[in-house]
Design a protein around this ligand. Structure first.
Ligand code: HEM
Length: 514
């Protein structure tokens, strides 16, 4: 069956491993004193914590598996370790109704797809606040991009994406030589770090500038910061909100995060100063950051926040999608010759180079990318109360989601949804009137991987370029397949996150030189 790529994925990236580390960290601190526990019990009963557990529960007409698994704790554990199975069970049973999943953060409301249109741009719902709440912005500095930043991203940066193709292709070629050895015979390789490194360099180039993309410390800082933040969040989450401002001082991750934040500030301060000086002479395409450096409303702290938001929103998502696609190709290698043929043809026809138009001609690759990328999206927080068209009142603070993972395998919407079919969307485009439909970057009710409505992912155009360049170069150089006898690598599942397992390997062999 097709394996979904990672979730929109914004924060919980290292799954169980991090959860385990966090558990250890908390248990090693001195916080479990009787005094604190008593305070905790009192505060739980007087704070809004109980409300958040009870209120969404009342709204959900059904709680999935409530009858089958009587213990709420066990239901939460089920969701923690087998979210996809639970989402599919709930969706198949309650498809048209509002239903709930019990999670460590209370009940998460699952929306039927029919509410999508009325909610897609609703002013009472916020994607930014959802991410800020998941990322514990006040403690970690990690949140979403502000509306203003997203506006600049769409209006200034996105129209220039085509101008990066040649430069990014050169980076991919150099990095591919460095990171993936030219094995003459089939050799088992872990591709995760290599893919993450290439994506980090490409992202640093387009979002921060050429110098950043060549600075090893900077390249490690963003992903390192996010990893520490994840552990810090898991540790903080074990305490009720009102105690967290006190508890944080005892958590070892905090010092690390403060130090990394300071390093990021210093690096950006010097980079911004250089960019300002050279602004008249910059020959290559500006980075996203260049559109912000002359804005007086944005200070250095905002710049660090912006860069960290980009790391969270852009690097892990893109590298997870690439890894998932390579895992799919390794599991279904019979599709590779056709893809390689297409890539070679387009490359040769275009004078042995790629540009934006050439990338758009990689139609079979585009279809494989789309088939490989299925994951949950549309997660929003009600920042104000609202009433749905069916009269249901949603109070402020409710987390609402669309069970996309389950929708993507609904056989009323997709033919044989359980079968991985790399050319599914390529074939679909041959139907009359569908020539330009279901592209990798398309958005719509059947194209939910990038979200839907006002907050649909603005990074999809650059992600499309990066993924196509890396895949084209990879497939021109290598044959790939799974180690003998291994099926498609299963994902790591963790609440609503589905991630490629970074411990898995594939086997590679050098293809004939192109
Ligand atoms: C394959 C890679 C990527 C995937 C799968 C992905 C997926 C998503 C999804 C599902 C959303 C939520 C949309 C909604 O709820 O309606 C989103 C939002 C967003 N993404 Fe991406 N994304 C990817 C790459 C990127 C990149 C490279 C960037 C660049 C920084 C980026 C920046 C953003 C931003 C800024 C938002 C929030 C938009 C807003 O608040 O209006 N994404 N992305």
């Amino acid at each position: 069956m097709p394996e979904p790529a990672s979730s929109s994925g914004l924060l919980v990236l290292l799954g169980r491993r991090i959860y385990g580390v966090a558990e250890k960290l908390v248990s090693e601190t001195q916080l479990t004193s009787v005094g604190l526990l008593c305070a905790l019990v009192m505060l739980l009963t007087t704070s809004g914590f109980l409300y958040s557990l009870v209120e969404p529960r009342r709204l959900a007409k059904h709680i999935v598996l409530e009858k089958e698994i009587p213990s709420a704790r066990e239901r939460r554990e089920y969701f923690f370790s087998q979210p996809r199975d639970l989402l599919i069970k709930g969706y198949q049973r309650f498809r048209e109704e509002m239903w709930g999943i019990e999670s460590s953060a209370g009940v998460r409301l699952q929306l039927p797809i029919r509410f999508l249109d009325e909610l897609k741009s609703h002013s009472a719902l916020s994607f930014e606040k959802f991410i800020s709440s998941v990322g514990m912005l006040d403690y970690t500095g990690v949140g979403a991009l502000s509306d203003d930043a997203v506006h600049k991203f769409k209006s200034k940066f996105n129209p220039t994406v085509g101008a990066y193709v040649t430069e990014l292709h050169d980076i991919v070629k150099v990095q591919m030589d460095k990171l993936f050895h030219k094995h003459e015979d089939w050799t088992e390789v872990n591709i995760n770090d290599g893919i993450m490194e290439i994506v980090s360099i490409l992202s640093a180039r387009v979002f921060t500038g050429t110098e950043a993309s060549q600075n090893v410390e900077w390249l490690e800082l963003g992903p390192g910061y996010v990893t520490n933040v994840l552990v810090y969040i898991e540790a903080l989450k074990r305490w009720p909100k009102v105690l967290r401002p006190l508890v944080m001082f005892f958590l070892p991750q905090r010092q690390l995060i403060l130090r990394q934040w300071q390093q990021a500030k210093e690096f950006l301060a010097s980079t911004i100063a250089k960019h300002k000086l050279q602004q008249q002479q910059i020959n290559d395409s500006p980075s996203l950051m260049d559109y912000f450096i002359n804005d007086d409303r944005i200070n250095l702290e905002d710049m660090v926040r912006l860069q960290m938001a980009i790391v969270v929103a852009g690097i892990h998502t893109t590298s997870a999608s690439l890894t998932q696609l390579l895992y799919d190709l390794a599991a279904y290698p019979e599709g590779i010759p056709e893809l390689r043929e297409e890539i070679k043809h387009v490359y040769e026809e275009n004078g042995r180079a790629f540009n934006k138009k050439a990338l758009s001609e990689l139609k079979k690759l585009d279809s494989w990318m789309k088939e490989s990328q299925r994951f949950p999206t549309f997660q929003h927080l009600a920042v104000d109360s609202l009433t749905l068209s069916n009269g249901l009142y949603i109070p402020r603070g409710t987390k609402m989601e669309l069970p996309t993972t389950a929708i993507q395998v609904d056989d009323r919407l997709y033919e044989k949804p359980q079968v991985f079919d790399g050319l599914r969307f390529y074939e679909g485009r041959h139907k009359e009137g569908s020539e330009n439909k279901h592209l990798y970057i398309s958005t719509g009710k059947l194209d939910l991987a990038w979200g839907y409505g006002r907050h649909v992912c603005p990074g999809r155009f650059i992600a499309d370029v990066e993924i196509k360049l890396v895949m084209a170069e990879f497939l021109l150089r290598f044959y790939i397949r799974n180690p003998a006898g291994q099926p498609r690598h299963p994902d790591l599942e963790f609440e609503s996150n589905l991630l490629p397992d970074p411990t898995k390997t594939v086997t590679l062999k050098l293809a004939k030189q192109h």
